[in-house]
Design a protein around this ligand. Structure first.
Ligand code: ADP
Ligand code: MG
Length: 326
């Protein structure tokens, strides 16, 4: 297994009129080739800012202020706009929660697909069209030739998300970043899109960074899981260990509050309170005010992200400090 992307101590801050917002505050993780890695956490934890940082699409007042993002060994934070445009859509592509905002409403589906292919590959117009129609078929769009000539608003949400996936995979990227790709869809369509992503990952051998607040989605697709809380990584584990033996109380809370197919959400077990805003984080461990196991040290000192030498999994929690060392 080789490392495709390595994020080291990434810091992305927003410089707003009311102060500095440290949305991503020292995040490190790596993605292996051909694997699906899930980035999970409640809304506001910094997942999207992390993905925009990787794509070098953080806009003012936001700025990457520290760390490195090594993609195939090259630090993306050091590339010029021109160099990054060659990578974006070609080697790394991204799909979002709401495809309507990333599809151009006035252009036909086919023209948008052709445009990406023509930007990154040397193809004739006709070859681009053939490839676009082929991609639409691959993502399970019926009557692909007909859809090629349609506008985004003529399609359902699920079909639009399939179009986005076709666009994202058209240049066969090594990395696909999918930011809440199924959140806006109803449950049946959600399941179809997840199945599609699973199959395409095999066919295209694409690594996926799957961003979601939904741990049900993670179980379906991911090999490795990274849990974020308040702009930091609090746990990292292979998917089996994470569900069998979640270490961080935050991860335990997330799992307990995931709705099961055959039962209601156990509201007694869901996490109390809210994610702190990045400009107003508590002292010590950022999770301590919501943690059922908080000790004195948790209120004053931030634990480090410690690696378990046996299995390589990581956790940032005082409860696990002593036996990690021993
Ligand atoms: N343009 C911005 N200006 C100020 N704060 C922002 C901006 N974009 C995001 N943030 C803040 O950064 C934090 C992380 O946001 P985000 O990455 O979108 O969370 P997630 O994707 O995990 O729901 C949030 O608290 C959000 O309010
Ligand atoms: Mg988000």
């Amino acid at each position: 297994m080789s490392t495709l992307l390595e994020v080291n101590d990434l810091k992305t801050y927003f410089y707003t009129t009311s102060g500095i917002v440290p949305s991503v505050d020292g995040v490190s993780f790596s993605l292996e080739s051909g694997q699906t890695t899930a980035l999970v956490g409640e809304s506001g934890c910094g997942k999207s800012v992390t993905s925009f940082s990787i794509m070098q699409l953080v806009n003012a007042p936001g700025k990457i202020v520290g760390g490195e993002i090594l993609f195939k060994g090259k630090d993306l934070t050091e590339l010029s706009d021109r160099e990054m445009r060659k990578i974006r859509g070609n080697e790394i592509s991204m799909i979002f929660q709401e495809p309507l905002t990333s599809l151009n409403p006035i252009l036909k589906i086919g023209d948008q697909l052709d445009e990406i292919l023509l930007l990154h590959q040397t193809l004739s117009k006709k070859e681009a069209k053939n490839k676009s129609v082929e991609m639409l078929k691959k993502v399970g769009i019926p009557r692909a030739e007909h859809v090629y000539d349609m506008h985004p608003h003529e399609l359902s949400g699920g079909m639009r998300q399939r179009v986005m996936i076709a666009m994202a995979l058209s240049c066969n990227p090594s990395l696909l970043i999918a930011d809440e790709p199924t959140t806006a869809l109803d449950v049946t369509i959600q399941a179809q899109i997840l199945r599609l992503m699973k199959n395409l990952k095999k066919e295209f051998e694409t690594s996926i960074l799957l961003i979601t607040h939904d741990l049900g989605v993670v179980a379906e697709l991911a090999d490795k899981v990274i849990v974020m809380y308040a702009g930091q990584v609090v746990e990292e584990a292979d998917v089996m260990s994470l569900y069998a033996e979640p270490k961080h109380p935050y991860t335990q809370g997330l799992i307990q509050s995931t709705p099961k197919i055959d039962s209601e959400v156990d509201t007694l077990n869901s996490i109390q309170g809210n994610v702190p805003t990045p400009s107003n984080k508590p002292s010590g461990c950022y999770f301590h005010p919501r943690c059922p196991f908080a000790m004195d040290i948790c209120k004053s000192q931030m634990p480090e992200l410690k690696t378990n030498e046996q299995n390589g999994n990581k956790v940032r929690c005082w409860l696990h400090e002593s036996h990690q060392e021993g």
